[in-house]
Design a protein around this ligand. Structure first.
Ligand SMILES: Cc1cc2nc3c(=O)[nH]c(=O)nc-3n(C[C@H](O)[C@H](O)[C@H](O)COP(=O)(O)OP(=O)(O)OC[C@H]3O[C@@H](n4cnc5c(N)ncnc54)[C@H](O)[C@@H]3O)c2cc1C
Length: 420
């Protein structure tokens, strides 16, 4: 007679949002035989111009999920240096040579987010053991719970079609539905502690041979009170990403685009006019640094941008979201496999929120203030971080140690598993 499997502590997870956090969580859970349903409001995966780089802590989660080889194969091959430049004369102030870690398996991952999402999606379908069900055109409009289960209400159907009202029930609901999260609003209303910045961020994919001709670094933080941003090589074959802030408020999207020619002339090497470069895609964003009071209420949890958002300078947003997804997966797996009790989910919520509040919020603000709110002529002397980088120049051993040091935003939840 075969032995009867003990009943598992839960059966299924509902995940709102098929962004990087939602898909990664679903994939990691499937690798431990935990089924999930991912509900995505759009009819497709997100293609907007957002994240492009993910620091070492995120790389480690990508490897654990079995994604890293595919990310590396799709990524640029030459590993860049990053520098800080004054906009007025394009003077390189200081920088850091990332090529010293080019052979380190943990090095930063560089790949536009739309490609990251596509690869995670493909892994969910092909390698998710048939346990990841992804439903497009399924917009979560509310979430609720009782003592034994949690559920979401959904409007299902493509744009222009009559919508079908559906309810999906599971043991837990995880809101990975991004900065405008409906799951978060259901729990806490529209209030969200933190700040929204006055500027508009313009992001574009650009083909321009001047970057290479002028020998610019792979990543260039542009320091200036009026024209500040990040210019970075991001795609194979010479595709660059130009991101800058426009401080004027209240303009229409078209009006911001008209002002772009002037910004590009100031920012790009060689000061080119519009006929000299080709912009293939552009997006505009409002930017916030905000965090919820709680990342868990009963059986409903929040992860990544649904729980906290930050400005993109320094690449903290998605990296932190990936750490949330990886951490929450470890907690749910521990619970499912009987290695932890439900209190591990409270630990997830408290610790991941603390990591954001204590480190991510502050560091991302410093990164942004360094390029937009300092005097470009004196920032090298006044900014401790740039001073530190200046001190590392030419010292490969110290640079490598700096780049690979443990990050305080990581946390290993498996240390709370029961000792057997
Ligand atoms: C210009 C820019 C540059 C950035 N650069 C970097 C970078 O280099 N490195 C970095 O680490 N981070 C960066 N970020 C931040 C990063 O893009 C985000 O942190 C990351 O995308 C968050 O992932 P997520 O899965 O939480 O949310 P999202 O990527 O926003 O995904 C949420 C998903 O949920 C879906 N959804 C929304 N509402 C609902 C609903 N009601 N029902 C069902 N589905 C819903 C959305 O359609 C979407 O597919 C950048 C951001 C910006 C704006």
């Amino acid at each position: 007679m075969g032995s009867i499997e003990p009943k598992k502590p839960f059966e299924k997870i509902i995940i709102a949002g098929a962004g990087p956090a939602g898909l990664l969580l679903a994939l990691l859970l499937s690798q431990h035989n935990i089924p999930s349903i991912v509900l995505e409001s759009w009819d497709r995966l997100d293609e907007r111009l957002r994240a492009t780089q993910y620091g070492i802590p995120a790389t480690r989660v990508f490897r654990k999920a079995g994604l890293l080889d595919d990310f590396r194969a799709a990524s640029i091959t030459s590993f860049p240096s990053i520098c800080w430049r004054r906009v007025s004369d394009h003077q390189r102030l200081t920088g850091i040579d990332l090529s010293v870690v080019k052979d380190d398996p943990d090095r930063m991952t560089i790949l536009p987010l739309n490609e990251i999402i596509k690869i995670i999606y493909r892994h969910c379908i092909e390698k998710g053991n048939g346990l990841v069900e992804i439903k497009f055109n399924h917009k979560v409009v509310g979430a609720a719970q009782d003592a034994n289960s949690a559920w979401v209400d959904v409007e299902a159907g493509a744009e222009g079609e009559v919508k079908e009202q559906k309810r999906y029930t599971a043991d837990y609901v995880v809101g990975c539905d991004g900065a405008t999260s409906t799951v978060r609003k259901t729990l806490f209303g529209r209030d969200w502690p933190g700040q929204t910045f006055d500027f508009r961020l313009l992001v574009q994919n650009v083909w321009y041979d001047g970057f290479e001709k002028h020998g610019w670094d792979g990543g260039n933080y542009m320091v200036d009170p009026d024209y500040w941003g990040l210019i970075a090589k991001r795609g194979k074959g010479g595709l660059w990403r130009v991101t800058y802030g426009d401080k004027l408020t209240g303009l229409s999207d078209e009006e911001y685009l008209i002002r772009r020619n002037t910004a590009f002339k100031k920012l790009l090497p060689g000061h080119p006019g519009p006929g000299q470069y080709k912009i293939t895609q552009t997006d505009q964003f409002r930017i916030h640094n905000r965090c919820v009071e709680k990342m868990k209420v009963g059986r409903i949890l929040l992860a990544a941008d649904a729980a906290h958002v930050c400005n993109p300078f320094g690449g903290y947003g998605c990296m932190t979201g990936v750490l949330d997804a990886g951490g929450l997966a470890d907690c749910l797996i521990g619970l499912y496999e009987g290695k932890a009790d439900e209190s591990i989910l409270d630990l997830y919520a408290d610790i991941r929120r603390e990591k954001f509040m204590k480190f991510v919020d502050m560091r991302s603000m410093k990164n942004m203030n360094r390029i937009m709110n300092t005097d470009p002529d004196t920032v090298l002397e006044t900014d401790p971080f740039l001073q530190l980088l200046k001190g590392l120049e030419g010292d490969d051993v110290a640079t490598k140690a700096f780049l690979l040091k443990h990050s305080s935003i990581e946390y290993d939840f498996t240390q709370h598993y029961r000792q057997t």
